[in-house]
Design a protein around this ligand. Structure first.
Ligand code: 6PG
Length: 228
């Protein structure tokens, strides 16, 4: 599996700009792009929509979803719709929303069917302060999944609602995994994810592209413990 290429930038704005530029290159190349939820990517999504407004060559997927309706404020789809999709001049060729409202097991089954054997291109991943990625939480049974590409998950971090998540095999099959982390509350997770041996206590440490690139873009405060 690929080593992580670390890119440390001055602040969250610089991280957002770098992620937006990488998204713009993915848009130019076409293919499948997997978005992450959470709050970190919002600014990057807004910038990406501004610099690359034509997503006709892209199919959009999500790394995970909360089991809530699309219009719920906790929806990862809803966040990306407001920050990115609604701002585009030309929408993606396809938007593969995870139907979290169907419940974690039914929603995962539907997403698994839609994923089929689709090759995932650029996969964005935020990292929680506990080291979770998507909805793969520390020590969770979902980390043991070796066959399915999507599974239901119990929440191991706020918001405490059931989830649907891509699995480690799915994430490791990406052409490129791109982690994005900002803020001092991510410093310990970044150290465990990128500067220590893989460990189920830190799911981000288990995600490396098997035959593609693995890149982590961090601001200085999130990277502070890595140099220690
Ligand atoms: C989710 C997200 C999750 C997120 C991390 C980091 O559904 O909660 O997909 O994996 O990326 O929790 O979130 P922040 O960017 O808000 O710190």
């Amino acid at each position: 599996m690929s080593d992580v290429e670390l890119i440390v930038l001055d602040d969250a704005e610089a991280v957002a700009e770098a992620v937006a530029q990488r998204l713009a290159r993915a848009v130019a190349d076409g293919g499948n792009v997997v978005l992450t939820g959470g709050s970190t990517p919002k600014l990057a999504y807004e910038r990406a929509a501004a610099i690359a407004p034509d997503w006709r060559g892209i199919e959009v997927w999500w790394g995970d979803e909360r089991c809530v309706p699309a219009e719920d404020e906790r929806s990862n789809y809803g966040m990306a719709k407001a920050a990115l999709l609604d701002r585009l001049e030309h929408p993606p060729a396809a938007v593969h929303r995870i139907f979290g409202e169907a419940g974690r097991d039914e929603g995962a089954a539907l997403y698994e069917e839609e994923l089929g054997s689709e090759a995932l291109g650029l996969v964005l991943l935020g990292v929680g302060p506990d080291g979770h990625v998507a909805s793969l939480f520390p020590g969770a049974v979902t980390l043991d999944e070796t066959e399915r590409r999507a599974v239901g998950a119990e929440a191991g971090h706020e918001p405490f609602v059931d989830r649907v998540t891509l699995t480690l095999p799915a994430l490791r099959g990406a052409a490129e995994v791109l982690f994005l982390l900002t803020g001092e509350e991510k410093a310990d997770a970044a150290r465990r994810a990128f500067a220590q041996d893989p460990d189920a206590a830190t799911p981000a440490s288990l995600v490396r592209a098997e035959s593609g690139r693995t890149v982590a873009i961090l601001d200085r405060v999130a990277a502070a413990a890595i140099d220690a």
